[in-house]
Design a binder for this molecule. Sequence first.
Ligand SMILES: C[S@@+](CC[C@H](N)C(=O)[O-])C[C@H]1O[C@@H](n2cnc3c(N)ncnc32)[C@H](O)[C@@H]1O
Length: 332
Amino acid sequence: MYKFNSPKKRIDWIFEQYSDPNLLTIEDFVEQVNVCYYKYSVDLYQDRYVEDIEEQYRGVFNKLNLADDHDLVIVDIGGGAGFEFEQISKNNISYKKYYYIEPDSAMVEKFSDRHEIGRERVNVCHGQFADFAKVIAEENNKLIIINSCFHHLIWVGEFLDLIKTSTEEGDLLLICHEPVNNYSKSPMIYLNYFLRFCFTDIVPRKLCIWHSARAKKNRNRWTQINEELIATKIFRRRVSPLMIRRIIDYGANNKGDWKLLKIPREYDEGFWTPEDIRGYLGDGFKLVYFDTYRHLGDSGSNRVIQWLNKFLANYFHEGGSAFCIALEKDSK
Ligand SMILES: C[S@@+](CC[C@H](N)C(=O)[O-])C[C@H]1O[C@@H](n2cnc3c(N)ncnc32)[C@H](O)[C@@H]1O
């Protein structure tokens, strides 16, 4: 079970081992690793496969019945390049105001380039949710969306405390496209590996004998990130791509690969599940939507895996590697 306010976390160990606490704080360390990662990776989030996530949005918006609510205030935490922003418009959701909250400059720039934001109702808030929580708390009738961002949070208990204090009765919280962390222990993961072995290029890719332009670009990207983080004294030494990925995707363990980093047990706070999140938010939040999908993981552009993912999702409500949950606050 996830320990929400554990005094020793995996990040504390990583910081002690690979950075220099005399030069920077742990918060600065995390921020700088994020800034550097997104500087070289921002385009990845535009090219991903999204059909199944879009299906979740259609499902959740159907259930929430929001289309005619012109007084709605949307709060988009970690809005990135604008994926959720597009879902709102694709599903014809009306709103009074849209708060786009994003700490990363490269993402803000991308979002601004792609969408005509200067327009009246969209407030671009450059920073973390904590920086704007007071302003958000003043708004009524909110839909707070966190898409593919919750697993980036490290101090999860503190974040959920802020959600509790900045919401009121009737407000909705939608956490979507996040990893199901006990997927790594489910039988579905073995089926996943077996089918990938049969229908994808996973083996040559893992053995690095597949010299595609994409693989080369990816290797260069990790080298650039490593070099920049060492040059700016954020890291004392070179680290594996997995280490950087885990700092960025801190709360994700649906592939169970955190164990490869061999972090001492006393520093392991565990990995949250949707049930942990609900439990921490408490009885004041009631469940209005829950689904899991990607039973065979991210299909990328593989048609067979895409089709099988769809097929399995029809028969197994649980068992996917990603989840989408909507909660409504029904009391203080
Ligand atoms: C994987 S991207 C997802 C972007 C977008 N929501 C999407 O699904 O395309 C995660 C985003 O969360 C942002 N993020 C990370 N920590 C955050 C925090 N504490 N508050 C707000 N955003 C955060 C990152 O900068 C990044 O843009």
